[in-house]
Design a protein around this ligand. Structure first.
Ligand code: HEC
Ligand code: HEC
Ligand code: HEC
Ligand code: HEC
Ligand code: HEC
Length: 259
């Protein structure tokens, strides 16, 4: 972004230099001199860099994938008896069911019941063939990360929305965006390309997990101030306060969240 800005500015001032030398001095009828051009080119350059940085770059960075079936949460939360838990529940051993499997749908969708083309597609292509729907998981973390729903939902009493946003109230599945370089879902690194965060669910990087843990003193304190040579290490629990950054001394600390 910043280098694009600089380039755009360079380009606009170069362009202005040229304009100045081309213009014969006598023809300067108006007395606003080169400033009009400088401002004009600055605005054009600035606008172009904004378009590239905020519009085109994210489009190039993320590839978009549609969910195999467009799923309507609103109809379903009404149709089922126990709300979210009818489909997203905890098993007896405490593990989380995650995205529902076909068995949870067939009671109602054994046969096509309405006229919705999505339902027809769902029944014909998946239910009839006994084939699971390959849902894309927006919140998917890399394989090295350990996350347990029961610790957060039951013990931590945190609402689904805090981490996922209002997916439970949506009438359509949104597109899944995958970072072309890292393979991460866009929900992890953030909707905003500059990493700004308005809502708790806008981003779920290592620092975001750690920030909430620090606020809630959720996981035993495992950070200590350490001298500089190891300051490059990630600081999962607390933000650095000075050039002496904080890092972990407990060797096992990383394995709270990493397998
Ligand atoms: C009839 C079953 C059903 C019910 C009831 C239901 N869901 Fe879902 N949910 C699904 C299916 C199927 C998906 C996968 C498709 C999708 O992501 O749109 C899903 C996906 C999700 C996801 C996306 C996870 C991710 O990161 O990809 C969240 C969050 C979620 N549901 C929350 C909720 C909440 C909150 C409720 C209650 C208000 C709820 N669901 C009720 C079936 C259900
Ligand atoms: C309690 C019964 C019930 C269960 C369980 C259920 N559905 Fe539905 N589903 C409905 C009803 C009712 C409709 C609305 C039918 C209509 O009018 O077209 C519907 C509509 C749909 C539609 C078309 C509307 C849309 O979402 O775009 C799809 C697709 C669908 N269901 C998929 C699923 C999947 C996948 C599951 C399993 C995770 C599931 N359903 C579980 C009752 C259910
Ligand atoms: C503290 C944050 C947090 C809360 C609260 C939370 N989730 Fe999640 N959820 C996550 C993370 C992180 C993942 C990705 C886990 C992974 O990839 O290992 C996830 C994954 C999921 C998935 C996809 C799982 C899969 O792999 O099939 C569903 C569905 C889901 N959550 C639904 C819910 C529902 C419903 C609730 C509320 C009852 C909820 N979550 C509460 C953070 C949270
Ligand atoms: C909104 C706040 C919040 C966010 C975001 C959050 N956590 Fe937590 N986490 C908690 C709380 C609160 C607990 C302690 C729950 C308890 O034991 O009472 C916890 C506990 C844990 C534990 C310990 C579970 C156990 O078995 O004792 C792990 C592991 C964990 N979180 C991983 C993660 C990861 C990975 C992420 C990011 C993907 C994350 N958390 C995001 C609040 C959060
Ligand atoms: C609070 C939970 C948590 C703790 C504690 C934690 N991590 Fe992470 N870490 C994550 C999550 C979530 C991700 C994936 C999202 C991201 O890249 O920010 C991640 C990603 C990473 C990655 C990048 C992996 C990849 O495939 O891209 C590295 C490397 C890493 N962590 C190292 C560490 C080290 C070293 C420690 C101990 C000093 C540590 N982490 C402690 C949650 C945690």
């Amino acid at each position: 972004m910043s280098t694009l800005d600089e380039k755009a500015k360079e380009a606009s001032t170069e362009a202005v230099d040229e304009v100045e030398t081309v213009l014969p001095p006598k023809e300067k009828k108006q007395d606003n001199g080169p400033w009009g051009y400088i401002i004009l080119f600055f605005i054009i350059g600035f606008a172009a860099s904004l378009v590239i940085g905020w519009g085109i770059f994210p489009k190039l960075l993320y590839s978009q994938k549609k969910q195999p079936i467009d799923f309507n949460h609103v109809i379903h939360v009404e149709a089922v008896e126990e709300g979210c838990e009818s489909c997203h529940f905890f098993r007896e051993d405490g593990s989380f069911s995650g995205v529902p499997k076909l068995v949870q749908c067939v009671d109602c969708h054994e046969e096509v019941m309405g006229e919705d083309p999505n339902e027809v597609k769902f029944v014909e292509e998946y239910v009839a063939k006994g084939q699971e729907v390959p849902w894309l998981v927006y919140s998917k973390q890399p394989d090295c990360v350990f996350f347990s729903h029961i610790a957060h939902v039951k013990m931590g009493k945190i609402e689904c929305d805090t981490c996922h946003g209002h997916i439970g109230e949506s009438t359509h599945s949104r597109v899944y965006e995958e970072n072309r370089f890292t393979g991460y879902s866009r929900d992890i690194w953030g909707k905003n390309i500059a990493g700004l965060k308005k809502n708790t669910w806008d981003r779920m990087k290592m620092d975001d997990c750690a920030e909430c843990h620090a606020e809630n003193k959720a996981v035993p304190k495992t950070v200590e101030r350490l001298p500089w040579p190891i300051s490059w290490m990630p600081r999962p629990y607390e933000k650095p306060t000075s050039s002496q950054v904080r890092t972990q001394i407990d060797k096992d600390a990383c394995f709270v969240c990493h397998k």
